[in-house]
Ligand binder design. Structure first.
Ligand code: URA
Length: 436
């Protein structure tokens, strides 16, 4: 087949700060997926995009081109009593201790909105939803499209692995970006996330765009730009999309690690759990329901946690994928406490440092083919704002590989600040802003 363009010309255009034409973008994404554009050429183009950016039109075209490389799912045939069931999904840009999807999907399903959550695995210091759920004995991440539809119809929520047919260009490109230091680039992140979410076929989408040390976006302005770009991409594609900007300077909840986070999610589903996890779960559920055209008050949403309705959906959702919701979850073989070095108020506990330490303990993977330890991770005994005493345990490290304690402790060097008792402390708001 004669190729329409030459990859070198496309690279040169972006290298020289030019604007790629729609046809150039369509070609380069398709030709890369077919293996005609070589990995080294795409890596050079990704770096040129990283350095010189893309216009909104280029990002839209890049996203559409990635969607076109694979299948596009749809939930129009999902009906109950002759009425179409609305669908709503949530995507987080990734953070430490971010287990929100676990209680959120069954909670939203309680109110008659189906949640098709096609997820990925964790890479680096942020945990992956599938890795967390795989710590539940028997639970299976891979479902066929028919199984997804059947589960959405019967249970109203499914969390499973995105199949290989969904935006295959992004799968290839994301793996390449990961090894060429081109991940943290707004046009490439926005098009990567939104190509998968638009192809997934959800009717509504709520984005949780994290900002802070543990997030891709360390600065609020960048997070806002990413949120704006993704909301516009979703809206233009006919998906009712909103974004929350939320704090990721400190971990969410009191656990980071796979089985540890499932336990905490089950506490939330039982009406307990840490206040920040409950607050964000309820806020995202309210937005997901409103975006799907089924608005429910926050108080009514929250009531479905202690009264057992969300827990019933969770149990059905886990069982439908072969998991045993009553099974004991794995614990790591060894633990080690990390103690406070002073009396006072904990004013900072850094998300990135905790995430890197949990990763080094075995909760995360460095390469996508690496296994993860189900029981590894960190339990936090205090959060910013709490009084602490010298010698009390601040953190407990969990691992099956005790040789990793030293490297985890290195990551935690300087991870917290304890100010004298009575010092001023203003907690950062968890939900910083909303972008529509
Ligand atoms: N998650 C994705 O799916 N893609 C990115 O580029 C970054 C985070």
């Amino acid at each position: 087949m004669t190729e329409k363009y030459d990859a070198v010309d496309v690279i040169r255009t972006k290298r020289d700060r030019g604007t790629l034409s729609g046809e150039q973008i369509d070609w380069v994404i398709d030709a890369y997926t077919r293996g005609v554009v070589a990995e080294e050429q795409m890596s050079s183009l990704a770096m040129a995009v990283f350095l010189n950016g893309m216009t909104r039109d280029e990002i839209t075209r890049w996203t559409t081109a990635m969607i076109k490389t694979g299948e596009r799912l749809g939930f129009e045939s999902l009906t109950r009593d002759g009425q179409q069931i609305p669908t709503s999904d949530k995507h987080s840009t990734g953070g430490v201790g971010d287990k929100i999807t676990l209680p959120l999907a069954p909670l939203v399903a309680v109110f008659g909105v189906a949640v098709p959550q096609l997820s990925g695995r964790g890479l680096g210091h942020t945990g992956g939803t599938l890795d967390k759920l795989e710590s539940i004995p028997g639970w299976q991440a891979s479902l066929t499209n028919e199984q997804v539809m059947a589960q959405l119809s019967a249970v109203g929520a499914v969390i499973c692995a995105a199949g290989p047919g969904l935006a295959p260009a992004d799968k290839k490109l994301y793996a390449l970006r990961d090894v060429t230091s081109t991940v943290d680039c707004i046009p490439l992140i926005a098009s990567s996330i939104m190509s998968k979410k638009i192809a997934e076929g959800t009717g509504a989408l709520v984005l949780d765009v994290k900002v802070g040390s543990g997030a891709f976006m360390k600065r609020l302005d960048d997070a806002r730009d990413l949120a704006r770009t993704m909301v516009d991409l979703g809206t233009d594609a006919g998906v009712n999309t909103v974004a929350l900007l939320t704090d990721m300077s400190t971990p969410l909840g009191l656990t980071a690690g796979n089985a540890l986070e499932v336990r905490e999610s089950v506490e939330v589903l039982a009406g307990g759990g840490p206040a920040d996890v409950v607050e964000l779960t309820v806020a995202l559920a309210v937005d997901m329901l409103a975006a799907a055209g089924r608005p429910v008050d926050a108080a009514d949403v929250q009531a479905a946690l202690p009264d057992g309705r969300a827990m019933d959906r969770w149990r059905a959702m886990i069982a439908a994928q072969g998991g045993n919701p009553d099974a004991d979850l794995p614990w790591a073989v060894e633990t080690q406490d990390v103690v406070a070095d002073a009396d006072g108020v904990l004013t900072r506990l850094d998300a990135l440092d905790v995430g890197v330490a949990a990763w080094r303990l075995g909760a995360g993977r460095a390469r996508k083919e690496d296994p993860v330890q189900a029981g590894a991770g960190i339990v936090m005994h205090a959060k910013p704002g709490d009084r602490v005493h010298a010698g009390q345990a601040l953190l407990t490290l969990h691992t099956d590989t005790p040789a990793s304690f030293d490297r985890a402790l290195d990551a935690l060097d300087g991870a917290w600040t304890i100010a004298p008792a009575g010092s001023e402390f203003t907690p950062a708001p968890l939900i910083i802003d909303r972008v529509v």
